[in-house]
Design a protein around this ligand. Structure first.
Ligand code: BGC
Length: 437
């Protein structure tokens, strides 16, 4: 039924006139979410902590040329203000906080592990428990230590074992308090990002990584997340192996800890005969969705839909609401991505990211309940979804785009680091507290 509706909308999109509010008309979900449903907000270390100087991306921000429009600097100063962040999560009525460990801090030099930094993340985990918040921990969110990148990053045949060693040390220190864990963030886009981002940054990205290699006096610098990847097949194979070995290392410490991976997924819709949709699904998620079949859950991160005919992506409807980048914001996309992830993996799903980059918070306030409505319809149809984590808790460092693109439920004052909830935060709070639409 939902598929028919989507096909219908895709058809309308092809004509350039899909009425946005037409999604899922006629069928109302059961408003109640299951008991114990995770309601959360997310951040990632490099995007909020500030002064993450030992990470590959810090170096990339600071060489010439660079694809980064500005430097991360102090970010949201969350390395110091993590208690403020936890209080914020609590005040938004959420029961879950997804954040990441910074590998570059925990293992500043190869094989040298910092107990002080592990203790820092342990304090955050303990702080979650003290506030009744479920700690959802990403072991690696894009940034890798400079030394790792300077040894060829994920191109290096030793990369999976190096990652697993870090996972083992971090898990031994932290796993007892973690609620859910993911190994890598959106590894499925490695080598494909250039196709998805606007403009042609590939050549500059390559030159930037070469400049990093010169700065470090190494033969090859390959960042944990970059547009230019010299050998995508090797990079991806090593990441999949790294995920498996990392998961095994975490599980060896605590077998009952749910471990998964977060995948970037669009809602790909087919229109017309010989649509490219299935081929694109295979290209963007195929091997990772298959790898996730052995996980405890699959993390889905969705921001957009794409409507494919036999030639490519159709333009968004003329009346589409749009994000800062000009892309369509379509609430039904979350449920579409979640349905596909579950259909392929057979695993329970946790929405580990969903949101919108926009300075217009009314779009966010509109998106959240409408996306959750379609998500709940999918759940009513039998798709096991265990949680919804919004990206992001607070406006933060949006990688190459700097601070210009704002995803936060809370606004950030970059001088005082004061966080101020936006009206959309109240929308999510009402649903989370009621555990119902
Ligand atoms: C990433 C986040 C990013 C967000 C918004 C996801 O791709 O995991 O780090 O900020 O989307 O673009």
């Amino acid at each position: 039924m939902n598929l028919d509706r989507r096909a219908l909308l895709s058809g309308a999109a092809a004509l350039g006139a899909a009425p946005l509010v037409a999604q899922a008309k006629g069928r109302a979900p059961n408003p109640a979410f299951p008991q114990g449903f995770l309601w959360g907000a997310a951040t990632a270390a490099h995007q909020v902590e500030g002064n993450n100087v030992n990470a590959d991306i810090w170096l990339m921000e600071n060489v010439t040329p660079t694809t980064f429009t500005e430097k991360s600097g102090d970010a949201a100063n969350s390395f110091l203000l993590w208690e403020t962040d936890l209080d914020l999560v609590k005040s938004l009525g959420l029961n879950t906080y997804r954040f990441s460990l910074e590998w570059a801090r925990i293992e500043p030099e190869p094989g040298q592990f910092s107990i002080a930094m592990l203790d820092h993340y342990k304090a955050i985990i303990d702080g979650c428990h003290a506030r009744g918040i479920h700690p959802f921990v990403t072991f690696n969110h894009f940034t890798t230590p400079r030394w790792f990148a300077g040894r060829g990053g994920w191109h290096n045949p030793d990369a999976p074992a190096l990652f697993a060693r870090y996972c083992d040390r971090a898990a031994r220190h932290l796993a007892s308090g973690i609620g859910h864990a993911t190994t890598l963030n959106e590894p499925n886009l490695a080598g494909l990002l250039g196709e998805l981002l606007p403009g042609d940054l590939l050549a500059t990205d390559k030159a930037m990584q070469e400049a990093c290699a010169r700065a470090m006096n190494v033969d090859r610098f390959s960042a944990g997340s970059a547009l230019y990847v010299a050998d995508p097949a090797t990079f991806r194979a090593h990441q999949i192996e790294g995920h498996k070995q990392g998961r095994a290392a975490i599980k060896a410490v605590r077998g009952d800890l749910p471990v998964g991976v977060s995948l970037a997924m669009m809602d790909d819709q087919a229109v017309g005969k010989a649509s490219l949709r299935d081929a694109m699904r295979e290209r963007y998620y195929g091997e990772w969705l298959r790898a996730a079949r052995d996980d405890d859950f699959v993390g889905v991160q969705n921001y957009e839909r794409k409507v494919w005919n036999d030639k490519g992506v159709l333009p968004a409807p003329a009346d589409a609401r749009r994000n800062t980048m000009g892309a369509e914001v379509w609430p039904g996309s979350l449920a579409g991505a979640v349905r596909h992830a579950h259909a392929v993996t057979g695993r329970p799903v946790i929405v580990t990211e969903h949101g919108v980059g926009s300075e217009d918070d009314t779009i966010r306030a509109w998106l959240i309940p409408n996306a959750l409505r379609d998500l709940k319809l999918a759940m009513d149809d039998g798709v096991p979804v265990h949680g919804y984590v919004h990206w992001s808790l607070v406006d933060n460092y949006e990688w190459v785009f700097g601070y210009r693109i704002r995803f936060g439920l809370c606004e950030l004052d970059r001088q005082t680091f004061k966080r101020t909830p936006k009206p959309s935060a109240a929308v999510l709070k009402r649903i989370a507290q009621a555990n119902a639409l």
